[in-house]
Design a protein around this ligand. Structure first.
Ligand SMILES: Cc1cc2nc3c(=O)[nH]c(=O)nc-3n(C[C@H](O)[C@H](O)[C@H](O)COP(=O)(O)OP(=O)(O)OC[C@H]3O[C@@H](n4cnc5c(N)ncnc54)[C@H](O)[C@@H]3O)c2cc1C
Length: 498
């Protein structure tokens, strides 16, 4: 197994996309199979050496930034083992270090679909499972969790376990028992908190009554074990997709359009209807986002105060009727229909995706020019509280002098507020406002992180969501799988609890 110690060579493993500073490690190990991963972990447990698991490093909460010990890189676990059709959908088995974009290309070439689509698709499959990643299509398809059927996991003890969906469940007292080789077993007690009622949630361990044990590892951010291999459920690739960027001159009309599109889509799914409006993405851009993007997209109408990007899957038979239904909704809610854009072919859709992806890039360029870091939210709230949360974001920010954009997954009541400080004083004000948003989201029954996870940067907010006792219960749970407490130290909860 190759190991690197040269500081120049390991530099890129000491950071992630959060720009968290101060990462350090004595070496980076590059195991090539689960057994090498397990042996590395067993040795580290013996020596009490902290181990930080590294995927592609696209995480934005400092999860893979090490503070001492070694880094275990999954780069060489990069083989797609199998993609096969099964009924209308399929199954795939791939190692943790396979790049998501490459995997999706291979899957789609076989007429299949793997729905999880975080905006940054250079991430690894293992990283997406460890963070339960989601993306624009999550509105229709749910997060990564919904597609994971089996995991191979190397534990800190040096054991390798295979855990399939439907095989091990928590008992009525919230205990999970995982059998190991040689008649040994791990007994873990689940924390007793109730997770928020939001459609998306990536804050701390996933815990529900009678839960499937596989779900505990999905979203555990490198703290319970190293995922070495993933078996995934695949869906049939949709025949066609059309999309639109619809501009509105009134915020109220925009919100009523979203409310109807969301309700009809959820109804279509719950009744298993076909040939009906069923958005797979519903994404929002506020007035400030549009202002920012005008620099690159001059066709954004001046009178627009917000926009919605949507996508709908189609067949040759229902495409015209569905287009008609979306047009009726657009007219009913008085969108700026003549200025809106629609894409029915691959070329136009690619341009629309460029539009969607341009905003974070432009924001990052702006911040680089001002030598500042953005303050970026990831909260979601239940349906009935969304309008209140959005109003709170706007009122609070409008009363400040801060520059900001609000955009994201409005279908799931999950928007990203990016505050862009121009100097250190504004950075302090932005962080104070962030704290107010967290408090408000918690008060409204929301989650403090809907998709990016907790990592090392959002631990204090997780404490605010659950309180000390439940965080302590999470640390207890971790100890059952990792008695020497070597894995992902500092992720989800502070090291003082270990
Ligand atoms: C521009 C941009 C856009 C993004 N958009 C989205 C988005 O739309 N939705 C979304 O959900 N996220 C998004 N992200 C965040 C990020 O892409 C995801 O969290 C991604 O899933 C991380 O994967 P990675 O391989 O880069 O993991 P890393 O950053 O390397 O690691 C993330 C965490 O997982 C752990 N980990 C990694 N691999 C393993 C493994 N094999 N076993 C156990 N633990 C492991 C690490 O220790 C760390 O705690 C975005 C990031 C960027 C930079």
């Amino acid at each position: 197994m190759q190991t690197k110690t040269d500081s120049n060579e390991i530099q890129s493993y000491l950071i992630d996309a959060s720009n968290m500073r101060g990462g350090q490690a004595s070496r980076v190990a590059f195991p090539e199979n689960a057994e090498e991963v397990a042996a590395t972990l067993a040795q580290a447990s013996n020596n009490k050496t902290p181990v930080t698991v590294s995927g592609a490093g696209t995480g934005i909460v400092g999860g893979r930034v090490p503070f001492g010990g070694i880094v275990l890189a999954t780069d060489r676990l990069n083989r797609i083992k199998e993609i096969r059709k099964e009924g209308k959908g399929g199954r795939a088995v791939a190692q943790a270090g396979v790049v998501l974009a490459e995997f999706q290309r291979e899957v789609e070439a076989r007429g299949l679909l793997y729905p999880p689509d975080p905006t940054e698709r250079s991430c690894y499959l293992g990283g997406t499972v460890a963070t339960n990643a989601s993306g624009a299509r999550t509105f229709k398809y749910g997060p990564t969790r919904n597609y994971v059927e089996r995991l191979r996991i190397a534990l800190a003890t040096g054991d390798v376990i295979g855990i399939g969906r439907g095989e091990i469940y928590a008992d009525e007292k919230g205990k999970i028992v995982i059998p190991l080789q040689g008649g040994r077993k791990i007994e873990a007690q689940l924390p007793s908190y109730k997770m928020p009622r939001t459609r998306k949630h990536a804050s701390g361990y996933y815990v529900t009554e009678g839960m499937d044990a596989i779900d505990l590892f999905i979203g555990s951010e490198g703290t319970l074990g190293v995922i070495t291999e993933v078996e995934m459920r695949l869906l049939p690739k949709p025949e066609g997709v059309f999309g639109g960027v619809v501009f509105f001159g009134s915020e109220d009309k925009l919100l009523s359009f979203v409310a109807e599109a969301r309700e009809v889509s959820l109804n279509t799914r719950s009744l298993n209807l076909t040939d009906e409006v069923d958005a797979r993405a519903l994404e929002y851009f506020d007035q400030h986002s549009l202002q920012f993007m005008r620099e690159k997209f001059s066709m954004i109408p001046q009178s627009a105060c917000g926009a919605i990007f949507f996508e709908q899957e189609t067949t040759a038979e229902n495409e015209d009727a569905l287009l008609q239904k979306w047009n009726s909704m657009i007219e009913k809610h008085e969108a700026l229909a003549d200025d809106s854009w629609f894409a029915v072919n691959e070329h136009d859709r690619a341009q629309m995706h460029e539009f969607r992806h341009a905003l974070p890039v432009l924001v990052n360029e702006w911040l680089a020019r001002h030598g500042q870091r953005k303050v970026s939210t990831d909260m979601a709230v239940p349906d009935e509280e969304f309008a209140r949360m959005l109003a709170f974001y706007k009122e609070t920010l409008d009363a400040s002098r801060l520059q900001f954009v609000i955009f994201g997954h409005i279908g799931d009541n999950h928007l990203h507020v990016n505050i862009m400080p121009r100097d250190d004083e504004e950075a302090t004000e932005a962080r104070e406002i962030y704290g107010k948003f967290i408090a408000r989201a918690v008060e409204l029954g929301g989650t403090i992180s809907a998709e990016h996870g907790i990592g090392k940067l959002k631990r204090d907010y997780l404490l605010e969501l659950y309180g000390h006792e439940y965080i302590q219960q999470m640390a207890e749970l971790k100890r059952a799988f990792d008695p020497a407490c070597i894995l992902g130290r500092g992720n989800i909860f502070g090291e003082e609890l270990l």
